[in-house]
Design a protein around this ligand. Structure first.
Ligand code: ASP
Length: 330
């Protein structure tokens, strides 16, 4: 073989192996939540605990499977949230809390940290999976935030699956509304937890994404919208800093601008994600708010911060971690 030929083959080999060398198998990581709240170990039966843990694990596995297969962070976030929206245990999609008028009005948002594309919807009543509507808007790209009838119209035009009001309505949420209306308990006490659901993920290409979906708070009136569909409050993702999904008393989370504030601290002050998340949840607490966040760092570190006694949560990554937890300190 001539030197020239040898050089040609060497070069061809380099190119053939280039993709593998340029993109070695990278890490992926995912974290999810199913709401934070006042949870007491005494009142949680073993059976109920096992049920919640299984539901969280199934959603976590669905997201991990997407990432393991080389799927994107945004696809993983969507997969997790669709599962939790369909699960009546959580306050999102099926099983959402009731408004004062006895309807279920759903809010959701999703954001891609790769290009800051985002979609959000509020006050949706007839779309089976609000997170899919938010993502359809994100992909469409013309608007970030749609509410009520207009959002429903967008969903119909994009042929998203519809659902009757009876799909979302559950007895235990109706009883919670009745207790709330009887004035026996506040919106927070009636549920003891904010069953909002959310996910944050890092995919093997290094992209971050976040999403959140909720029915809001029991007995909400006057078209009340919480933090969950507000980009920057309940959801935020930017490859430069982090991805965040929140759960808690939305009014406080909006006032603090929780999700964006955490990412700003990481980006501008160089804080690590746990420090930033703890500091911002402390700010929420300082003005009287309760709740928590899940945060994903660009290096795949997934952290939780909450000032309640528990938060339904889980995390999994490419190193083999796969765990779910409910109470603080677990
Ligand atoms: N953050 C939600 C809201 O205020 C409630 C929740 O987290 O469950 O609408």
């Amino acid at each position: 073989m001539t030197n020239r030929l040898r050089r040609f083959f060497a070069l061809a080999l380099t190119f053939a192996s280039a993709p593998a060398m340029a993109h070695p198998p990278e890490q992926w990581s995912i974290a999810i939540h199913g709401g934070a709240g006042t949870m007491s170990r005494e009142e949680m039966t073993d059976e109920k605990r096992a049920e919640y843990e299984a539901a969280l694990q199934a959603a976590l596995d669905a997201g991990a499977k997407v990432l393991e297969g080389g799927g994107s962070a945004i696809d993983a976030v969507r997969a997790v949230i669709v599962m939790l929206e369909d699960d009546p245990r959580f306050n999102a999609g099926r099983g959402a809390v009731f408004t004062w008028e006895g309807t279920n009005e759903l809010d959701a948002s999703i954001m891609d940290g790769r290009d800051l594309s985002a979609g959000a919807v509020a006050g949706v009543t007839g779309v089976k999976n609000p997170i899919l509507l938010a993502d359809a808007m994100r992909r469409d790209g013309r608007h970030v935030f749609l509410a009520g009838k207009g959002a429903e119209q967008f969903a119909a035009e994009h042929r998203l699956e519809q659902a009757e009001p009876s799909w979302f309505a559950t007895d235990h949420r109706l009883r919670a509304l009745e207790r709330f209306k009887a004035g026996k308990v506040s919106a927070i006490e009636v549920d003891l937890k904010f069953g909002t659901v959310g996910a944050v993920a890092l995919d093997s290409a290094g992209n971050l994404a976040a999403g959140t979906s909720t029915g809001g708070t029991t007995g909400k009136r006057w078209g009340r919208i919480g933090d969950s569909p507000v980009i920057g409050a309940g959801t935020y993702a930017d490859n430069k800093s982090c991805a965040v999904s929140a759960t808690g008393e939305g009014e406080y989370f909006i006032r603090v601008g929780v999700a964006h504030r955490i990412c700003s601290r990481v980006e501008l002050a160089g804080e690590d994600v746990q420090t930033a998340a703890d500091a911002v949840i402390a700010e929420v607490g300082a003005i009287g708010g309760e709740g928590g966040v899940i945060v994903m760092a660009p290096d795949g570190r997934a952290v939780f911060a909450f000032n309640t006694t528990g938060m339904y949560r889980g995390r999994a990554d490419s190193s083999g971690t796969s765990e779910v937890a409910i109470f603080a300190g677990e």
